[in-house]
Design a protein around this ligand. Structure first.
Ligand SMILES: [Zn+2]
Length: 616
């Protein structure tokens, strides 16, 4: 029986940049999910091949698929997405969604006692985005980072679909009748930079935090472990975790002091992150953000938080035998101490991975400019170690949710290694994602195979060799799950009378633009306790979360023209794979996974280069 399942959500393709036509600047794009789908498909194809060792790689692929169907048809394999035949890792194409104004878990994380101010605003921002842009204004209210955030009317479908899908994965994993233990939920926009009511860094709601709240409220999960392996610090998740732990700690102290216990005590959450301390959100050196991304606190004040800074590795040997062994693995060790401290293994424990692929060695150089990254195999080995951890403490229950990751190669290779780690076969070969094999997943091979498949079955490549069966199977799976081209549609782009593209660097060059926002009208309210009663304490608003709220619908909007600017990093960037990848509705392009061409997008958002560097 399949213990690992992939969850996809086509609604996530609907969130896109409509401010102007220069979408190639925007690294958080719908096509990211296409690259992830390539990685997922390749992982499944490879994993299937290990279950059929007698199959000859050179045999005609159609026969192999037929044999696989015969053999695996006898297994219970959940509900596959489409006509790919049964798979070792079932794929669910989720239709789940939530209404963010009417969902207890979303309210638990992002709501307010006095009404869901932020959530209502978010809905309105998306709804009005087209009108605002058409009238020359930004769809993102003044005070929020214009370069890090964008919305379109359909963004709300993507946001609510992503939340619905992570909650569906939680329901499945925590259903004792279901054999499913582990899930990879490939959704966007990402979530880990979003605090309670502070969208930033492409994130509007915190998918993992809402999933944890859902697990707590609906399934009585009391202890949650979150491993965040994105390149960037999950400042939003940490700030939310801090607030929740603070409230739970207060409840605990009051109960110990003889006060009546709330109906249901809040959850305890461990948050552990490995990240580049020089990158977003710390790139400007903001003391509060840098300090938050460096916190290590265990048990005191009811907090369980570990932050580990990525370092440059000299060689794979150095990475694994020094950095991973002596430092990075502390992420898991500390989580073990948290659970031992709070009662040991139990049915009330759930483990999450905030899985950003942007630390991958194949990420854009501009994203990895501090040279703090990980070998692709990290996404396999860390996941394997997290799986062992979940087996020990949480009856195997482990849910991974996509965060960042921007180059096609990082997303495809990272997802491939990650899914192999989740599925847990001891026959995984890390050579599967070596550069030679990854190159076989490049545009040329996959495009060729895809075209031939559509016109018949693929036969020969340029070397007169049979297309490897794993690659043909990859194409079959990919074609059955990927809706990227079909689903990226909608509004045509209103082009303001300016050749400039995204943001006002002069503004953003002076530290966190969000910090200029204040929200005097916003009430400071206590976090709701799990039982629904309003806690007497003030809403925890820890000092590690300095980013002020901006929920005021009435704030004036900057004009689109004032928030956009065009500063191509260099002229060669026009030929980057990203630029080509971003115009799919015009090109109807096949998968693009280039390895040898220069992969330097015109990164404009804050996750990319510093503004001052771009202006050079
Ligand atoms: Zn990231």
């Amino acid at each position: 029986m399949a213990e690992t399942t992939i969850f996809l959500q086509d609604a996530c393709l609907q969130h896109k940049y409509i401010r102007n036509k220069h979408k190639s600047n925007v690294v958080e794009r719908p096509e990211r999910l296409r690259a992830v789908n390539v990685g997922i498909s390749a992982a499944i194809a490879r994993l299937e091949s290990t279950q059929q060792p007698e199959l000859n790689e050179e045999k005609p692929a159609n026969n192999e698929v037929g044999e696989l169907v015969d053999v695996m048809g006898k297994m219970r394999l959940g509900s596959p997405a489409a006509d790919i035949g049964p798979s070792v890792v079932p794929i669910v194409k989720s239709q789940a969604t939530v209404d963010i104004l009417n969902n207890p878990a979303v309210k638990f994380i992002h709501g307010d006692i006095e009404g869901d101010v932020y959530l209502e605003n978010l809905k309105n921002w998306a709804k009005d985005s087209w009108d605002e842009i058409s009238q020359g204004r930004s769809e993102i209210p003044q005070g929020l980072a214009q370069g890090d955030l964008y919305l379109c009317p359909e963004s709300i479908n993507a946001i609510q679909g992503a939340l619905g899908t992570v909650c569906e994965a939680v329901d499945r994993v925590l259903d004792s009748e279901d054999s499913l233990k582990r899930a990879f939920v490939a959704v966007r926009p990402p979530g880990h930079h979003c605090g309670e009511d502070t969208p930033s860094g492409f994130c509007f709601v915190n998918n993992v935090a809402v999933a944890a709240a859902h697990a707590h409220l609906k399934h009585n999960v009391k202890r949650v472990v979150i491993f965040d392996i994105d390149l960037h610090h999950g400042n939003g998740t940490q700030s939310i975790v801090w607030s929740i732990n603070e409230e739970t700690h207060r409840q605990t102290l009051e109960a110990e002091g003889g006060a009546p216990s709330p109906e249901k005590m809040g959850p305890k959450i461990y948050y552990g992150s490995i990240h580049d301390i020089l990158s977003y959100p710390c790139e400007d050196g903001s003391p509060a953000l840098v300090q938050a991304a460096s916190v290590s606190i265990h048990k005191s004040h009811g907090q369980y938080i570990e932050n580990i800074h990525l370092q440059t590795y000299e060689s794979e040997d150095h990475f694994w035998n020094v950095l991973y062994k002596e430092q990075y693995s502390r992420l898991i060790t500390r989580a073990g101490e948290f659970l031992e401290e709070t009662g040991g293994a139990g049915e009330d424990v759930l483990v999450f991975i905030s899985c950003g692929m942007d630390a991958c060695e194949h990420e854009y150089p501009s994203m990895s400019r501090h040279n703090r990254k990980v070998p692709t195999s990290f996404y396999h080995r860390f996941t394997r170690d997290a799986r062992v951890f979940a087996d020990k403490y949480a009856s195997g229950k482990l849910i991974s949710v996509l965060e960042g990751g921007y180059s096609d190669l990082a997303l495809a290779s990272g997802s491939m290694a990650h899914v192999c780690g989740l599925a847990g076969s001891d026959k995984v070969d890390e050579e599967w994602w070596n550069i030679k094999n990854l190159t076989e997943l490049t545009q040329l091979e996959l495009e060729k195979a895809t075209k031939k498949r559509r016109g018949g079955r693929p036969s020969l490549n340029a070397n007169n060799d049979t297309i490897p069966s794993w690659l043909e199977r990859t194409v079959t799976i990919f074609n059955s799950i990927d809706q990227t081209t079909a689903k990226i549609s909608g509004h045509s782009v209103p082009v303001p009378p300016s050749g400039r593209t995204l943001r006002d660097r002069s503004k953003l060059s002076n530290t966190q633009s969000e910090r200029s926002v204040s929200e005097p009208q916003k009430k400071t309210t206590p976090r709701k306790s799990a039982g629904g009663s309003t806690a007497a304490a003030r809403k925890p608003r820890s000092s590690i979360d300095p980013v002020a709220s901006s929920s005021n619908r009435k704030k004036p909007r900057p004009s689109v023209d004032s928030v956009v600017t065009s500063q191509p990093e260099d002229s060669s960037s026009d030929s980057s794979s990203l630029a080509e990848f971003s115009d799919l509705e015009q090109r109807n392009a096949p998968v693009v996974l280039t390895q040898d061409r220069k992969q330097v997008p015109r990164v404009v958002l804050k996750l990319g280069k510093k503004p001052e560097e771009l202006e050079k």
